[in-house]
Ligand binder design. Structure first.
Ligand code: ADP
Ligand code: MG
Length: 620
């Protein structure tokens, strides 16, 4: 028998690597933007067509490449960023694997143009599916332009697997946000199908956040600034009263690289403990600077996860820094804000006038300042972006806010506690009435008898089913009655959120919503579906945005379905809500009038039955 093992040809190896590096157009965007940053560009343009399926084009004014480098850049494991294994522990660049361009060129049509500052002429290379089609001398400005066309042209299965333009564009926008937020000192422009989505000048971090998330975000930010031997933290957290139902405004950057860390996220949540309603997530935009030696970013091919040497200490410092900031800006008493105390909140709390807590804070207090803060911080201070701004600078940023929060810091009194509603329900109407055909168990289930035995209905899920079918009907037959609002309702949104509403606008209108205006920053509503209380409107829309953002919809995704599900979820009778007999009966009848009464819109059982025979068995 002959030997059977062969080395894979390069273009096959590249295609396989591409499977890891390039999942979707957004991956290409990320790699190209990172290369431009590593090339020290100060201006970067991102041009997209058809959510990146037709074109992803990144143009930078960075240092460019020589003829040889331009050609080599498409080879696998070709990188200028590390030279030896030791360099892996000192990474100051985004890339280092040297496989992005090779991978992208294996599965797309790529056109590269590049020129260094002092070269007269530049180089143009076109590659299709790893094959070099042409290489020429060209006239081009300093920097690099990489156009990636027809992604996955040679892997139809991958191409078909791509989601709708809306979904793919959202992934691209997410990547863009992450990169733009971690580099406020670089100017970015972003165009999609010829229209400008973002145009961000070189600016400070606060301005960058405001430019991306809308002018309203300015007053919501509380600075966090902490400088310790092992960790430097700078950035902002959102005031608790502006917490969101989605996690879309949670950003950690470690040494300028976006990362996901459930563990550190938990540190922040715990700093906000007692300040947020259930189901709400704090916003944060935090830059952590640590010694590159103490982290390992090599554990994940797309590099959003990271391993820290000393996670526990980072957790403690982060939590304490955030608490400290919330306290410093009068948002929470910094010490002994005990979780327990909220249990004592009187039930009529909401009706009382909230009092602004007054506390005295020693602004110079730094729990970690064991060593003098200006001691050698070595490589930690290398990055210009993280250089500690002079104190006066921060103060001036905060001028407008302080006066505002002094006049009416309503943050504290606006918080309602979930426990209020529930506990109130528990004390009400505990006596069991007789002669009912249905009764409510623990304000959660409706129990009734049926011929064969007993029926137990989950009130929340059952009502979701009823509402869901109702909304779906209205949306598909395109007629619903709406109630006009006396005063138009305005919701402030981010451009991203506005886009989601814009996309769903038609369907929303079919349920009874009337929008008089949808702009990038604000949505004006003049009518709502019959039966929807005005006070619920913002919750419904927020929930909807969160649902769209979070469940990346699957192949048989339909906007109408998602909308109906989301609204049903928001409006359905909650657990803990007492229902009188008439309401219980109405719910039971409506449920069994549904097309699919057995399951909730998310496919969970709405009721269970128990046969008499099963009950009898229990008595044996
Ligand atoms: P990596 O970024 O991991 O080194 P890539 O495949 O992304 O790998 O890029 C390979 C090399 O090509 C880089 O190391 C860099 O030298 C060069 N390169 C890529 N993009 C650019 C760019 N926009 N400007 C200058 N050089 C670039
Ligand atoms: Mg790279």
């Amino acid at each position: 028998m002959t030997d059977i093992i062969q080395l894979l040809p390069d273009h096959v190896a590249n295609q396989i690597a591409a499977g890891e590096v390039v999942q979707r157009p957004a991956s290409v965007v990320k790699e190209l933007l990172e290369n431009a940053i590593d090339a020290e560009a100060t201006e970067i343009k991102l041009i997209i067509k058809d959510a990146g399926k037709t074109l992803v084009h990144v143009i930078d004014n960075g240092k460019g490449m020589s003829v040889t480098d331009a050609r080599l850049s498409f080879e696998r494991h070709a990188t200028s960023k590390i030279k030896s294994a030791e360099d892996l522990f000192q990474l100051n660049t985004k890339g280092f694997r040297g496989e992005a361009l090779a991978s992208i060129a294996a599965i797309a049509h790529v056109e590269l143009k590049t020129k260094r500052l002092n070269d007269e002429l530049g180089t143009a290379i076109t590659i299709e599916g790893s094959k070099v089609k042409s290489q020429e001398v060209t006239v081009t400005p300093q920097g690099t332009s990489v156009a990636v066309k027809n992604l996955f042209f040679n892997i139809p299965a991958r191409r078909n697997f791509l989601k709708s333009d809306t979904v793919e564009l959202r992934h691209i926008t997410d990547e863009f946000h992450r990169v733009a937020l971690s580099h406020p000192n670089i100017a970015f422009a972003f165009y999609h199908n010829g229209s400008e989505l973002f145009n961000l000048p070189n600016e400070n971090y606060r301005q960058r956040i405001v430019h991306i998330f809308g002018s309203k975000s300015n007053e919501r930010l509380v600075p966090v600034d902490e400088d310790t031997e092992i960790l430097k933290i700078s950035g902002f957290v959102g005031k608790p009263q502006y917490a969101k139902k989605t996690r879309s405004e949670q950003f950690f950057f470690v040494n300028n690289r976006f990362i996901k860390s459930p563990y550190l996220n938990h540190a922040i949540s715990s700093a906000f403990e007692g300040l947020l309603k259930d189901g709400y997530h704090p916003s944060y935009f935090l830059n952590l600077t640590v010694d590159p030696k103490t982290i390992d970013i090599n554990i994940h091919p797309t590099k959003t996860e990271i391993k820290f040497d000393d996670e526990h200490t980072l957790y403690a410092i982060l939590r304490s820094a955030v608490k400290h900031s919330l306290g410093q800006f009068n948002i929470a008493p910094v010490l002994d804000f005990e979780h327990q105390s909220q249990l004592n909140t009187p039930y009529n709390y909401k009706d009382k006038q909230g009092k602004v807590p007054t506390i005295e804070v020693d602004r110079s207090f730094n729990p970690f300042a064991v060593h003098s803060s200006d001691s050698k911080s070595g490589s930690l201070a290398n990055n210009a972006h993280f250089k500690k701004a002079p104190a006066a600078h921060w103060e001036s940023l905060y001028v407008g806010l302080e006066s505002k929060s002094n006049s009416s810091d309503s943050g504290f009194s606006e918080i309602t506690f979930e426990s209020d509603a529930k506990s109130e329900a528990i004390f009400k109407d505990d006596a069991v009435e007789t002669r009912k055909t249905t009764f409510q168990l623990q304000q959660k289930y409706i129990v009734s008898t049926i011929k064969s035995g007993m029926l137990v209905i989950d009130q929340n899920r059952a009502h979701q089913r009823v509402l869901y079918e109702n909304f779906l009907k209205h949306i598909t037959i395109k007629q619903a009655t709406s109630q006009q609002l006396l005063f138009p309702l305005q919701l402030h949104v981010t451009p991203n959120e506005s886009k989601i509403i814009e996309d769903l606008k038609q369907d929303l209108e079919h349920t009874g919503f009337v929008f008089s205006e949808v702009t990038e920053a604000c949505i004006t509503i003049t009518g709502v579906p019959i039966g929807v209380p005005e006070s619920e409107v913002s919750i419904i829309l927020e929930q909807l945005i969160s649902d769209v953002e979070e469940d990346v919809p699957d192949a048989n995704f339909s906007a109408a379905d998602l909308l109906a599900k989301s609204m049903a979820k928001s409006l359905a009778i909650k657990n803990g809500q007492p229902l009188d007999v008439a309401e219980q009966e109405h719910l039971v009848n409506s449920l069994f009038a549904c097309k699919e009464p057995n399951v909730s819109p998310t496919n969970r059982p709405t009721f269970i039955t128990m046969d008499v025979s099963a009950i009898e068995k229990k008595f044996m």
